[in-house]
Design a protein around this ligand. Structure first.
Ligand SMILES: Cc1cc2nc3c(=O)[nH]c(=O)nc-3n(C[C@H](O)[C@H](O)[C@H](O)COP(=O)(O)O)c2cc1C
Length: 451
């Protein structure tokens, strides 16, 4: 029977993706300590989650007013650690939980990313995953030695090449290359270790790559493109794909279209898991959950929204007064997450700053499922069974509370309904996701462009 995929959406930072989360009375205050992450990992593994996943950004939000003072003062994602290092700590505290992280194709060399994740995959016995992103704001560019971020589609063109280099390197060592015969002195068959010699428009890398394949072949590839270009990229390369569909009907339609795109690209759509972003406020009963929700709604500040809007749209919202309408020119200058801008524009043609805050909901928990085990499971069941997604990536309002509540109240109900497994299927992430180990160079054979 088809089983729901469950993923914890984590941040190696001082708050969740809700900047206000650190103010929650039950949030732990040691989010830069190893014990904090070991604890989350154990909670997720107790709940049989497939994956603990970290987002990443290579700068603190400082686009608003072109200054970081407000970010630090209000704790708006101002601490951001390297997520792969944190994952190794979590890997040491668990045995089955998958371990995924974002790493940018814009600022790192593909050889480096390939080696980092291949090593993580070996050190965790095949539990690693990499989320491929194209990084979107100027703060990141300036921290990484550039002036500004490059154009959206160009970033994806470069990311296509990046994938060819990373996957190409991951194919370097044939599965039976290593013999380690002390008697003959042969370590590995030279003819089974290949040089890549990649030369593209943006990237070059020679090889041979220095890390052999893992128990799951290579790390699972995650992607979350939402634009037309982004979705084509995801259909081409993603094995787990994150979505942020706005509603159930849209989700059903887009999920179906996306699965067709995957098949058209030559892959089995059942082997690509679509996980919808979700916020849950769960408790033993609906009324307790509603009380929790009321408390959470008191936490966000206006400055959270202004800072995060400026960061995500790569546009300084301090340039405008609260009730001043943006001009067409200014709207076209917003070069970050186009989806946020477009959602606001669908409601109002020339919005003000206040409209942006209100309509985008940035800095606030968006449309959560609030309830006891029954209410939360009902909605998740509907989305999963009626094929609006294959599972969920669970965002937190406070940590570790959100994950503990979900594991204590919702997971048992999903298991009782037969929607979610009661035990891990195996050790590797692919075993647990039900995705087969990719044969060497399989990705080259399915490289028909998705149009
Ligand atoms: C659950 C989820 C997690 C994401 N994590 C990151 C991240 O860590 N870093 C990042 O730069 N973008 C992240 N994104 C943004 C996507 O990679 C993508 O850029 C965005 O959805 C817009 O789509 P587009 O790139 O096709 O315009 C995430 C998106 C989702 C839905």
């Amino acid at each position: 029977m088809r089983q729901m995929t469950l993923i914890g959406f984590l941040q190696a930072q001082n708050c969740t993706n809700q900047a206000s989360s650190w103010r929650h009375p039950q949030s732990r205050t040691d989010s830069w300590s190893p014990d904090f992450y070991r604890h989350i990992a154990r909670v997720l593994e107790r709940g049989k989650f497939h994956l603990a996943f970290f987002d990443d950004r290579l700068s603190m939000p400082d686009m608003y007013g072109r200054d970081h003072a407000h970010t630090v003062a209000h704790g708006i994602r101002c601490i951001k650690m390297d997520p792969v290092t944190v994952l190794t700590v979590m890997g040491m505290a668990t045995e089955r939980l998958g371990l995924g992280s974002t790493y940018s194709t814009t600022y790192f060399e593909p050889f480096h990313v390939a080696r980092l994740f291949a090593t993580l995959d070996l050190m965790t016995e095949g539990r690693a995953a990499w989320n491929v992103v194209t990084s979107l704001n100027d703060g990141e560019a300036q921290n990484m030695g550039r002036d500004e971020v490059s154009a959206h589609d160009l970033r994806y063109d470069r990311a296509d090449e990046f994938m060819a280099v990373v996957l190409g390197h991951w194919d370097t060592w044939e599965d039976d290359a290593i013999v380690q015969d002390k008697a003959t002195g042969l370590f590995a068959h030279p003819e089974k270790v290949h040089r890549l010699d990649y030369q593209g428009r943006f990237l070059r890398s020679r090889g041979p790559f220095t890390v052999p394949r893992s128990a799951q072949g290579h790390p699972v590839v995650i992607q979350a493109g939402q634009s037309g270009r982004g979705k084509r990229f995801a259909a081409q390369w993603g094995e787990v794909v994150f979505t942020a569909y706005s509603d159930f009907e849209t989700a059903k339609r887009e999920y179906a279209e996306f699965k067709v795109d995957i098949a058209r690209g030559g892959r089995d759509p059942e082997h690509v898991k679509v996980a919808q972003l979700v916020n849950t406020i769960a408790a033993a009963s609906r009324s307790e959950a509603e009380d929790k929700w009321a408390e959470i709604q008191k936490l966000p500040l206006e400055i959270d929204a202004l800072s995060l809007l400026s960061e995500a749209l790569n546009f300084d919202f301090a340039r405008k007064g609260m009730d001043e309408a943006f001009t067409d020119q200014e709207l076209s200058e917003m070069s970050g997450l186009q989806g946020i801008r477009d959602r606001v524009l669908r409601v109002k043609k020339n919005p003000t700053v206040r409209d942006f805050i209100k309509i985008s909901g940035r800095g606030r928990v968006h449309n959560p499922i609030v309830g006891g085990p029954k209410e939360v499971s009902d909605l998740m069941e509907q989305w999963f069974v009626e094929r609006a997604c294959d599972g969920f990536v669970l965002s937190a309002t406070h940590v570790p509370g959100t994950y503990e509540d979900f594991v204590n109240f919702v997971v048992p109900e999903l298991q009782r309904r037969g929607l979610f497994r009661t035990e891990y299927a195996g050790i590797t992430l692919r075993d647990n996701l039900g995705i087969p180990v990719p044969p060497l160079a399989a990705w080259r054979r399915t490289l028909a462009p998705v149009t």
